[in-house]
Design a protein around this ligand. Sequence first.
Ligand code: BEZ
Length: 249
Amino acid sequence: MEGQRWNPEEYARNARFVSDLGEPVLDLLAPVAGERVLDLGCGDGVLTRKIREAGCAVVAVDSSLEQVAAARAQGLDARVENAESLPFDGEFEAVFSNAVLHWVKDHDAMLEGVSRALVPSGRFVAELGGAGCVQEIRSALHASLNGRGVDAVALDPWFFPTPSEYEVLLSRHGFTVDSLELFPRPTPLPGDVSGWLETFAKPFLGGVPEHERRNVIDEVRESLRPKLYATGQGWVADYVRLRFRVRRA
Ligand code: BEZ
């Protein structure tokens, strides 16, 4: 989200699987016709459209101007907003978020905004990367950057919490947990892991001069090949998901 620029065409090419795999999160949301729903981090709006097709009135927000433009082009009510400063007050029966929250830095500010946006007893249904997500990819990126004298920890944008870590945050903001689970979800990539790195690892690549970025990508790809590539199967990323459904007081 913050610190990451999204190019809708590149996203559609390398990351369409993100919304394709969002179906179980929609099932957990179980949208009911007539409900008002906030889609937090809507990207290009593919899942927002599905919530609207269920008969809901959906407001979609994203911090990326480009993604919001792509969502608006589909006729959606999409707005540029930062997850850490949501402007809504008691306007939604549900808040939904898929594959975005691991980019958020200040979860206290975000959860406060989500709680404020909901009506009493409103639900928050979300999935994000959980503890151990893309651990192999992350380690390879760190090794490649550290080998060039770049502090990878300072550039690392991701927060992949454990269930207990996240439960503490949720309860601090008055949420009651209906369900919360952490599970591995090995994720086949649409092509070479290089495409994934170009799309998702921009904050790391931004730490090296432009002429060096291709070398970093090639080095990371080759160090990951024995772990994440199999003939006949292609590249499979080591995703771990944290999926929850919680309720506001
Ligand atoms: C995701 O979109 O789910 C994701 C992005 C970056 C790292 C790991 C997961």
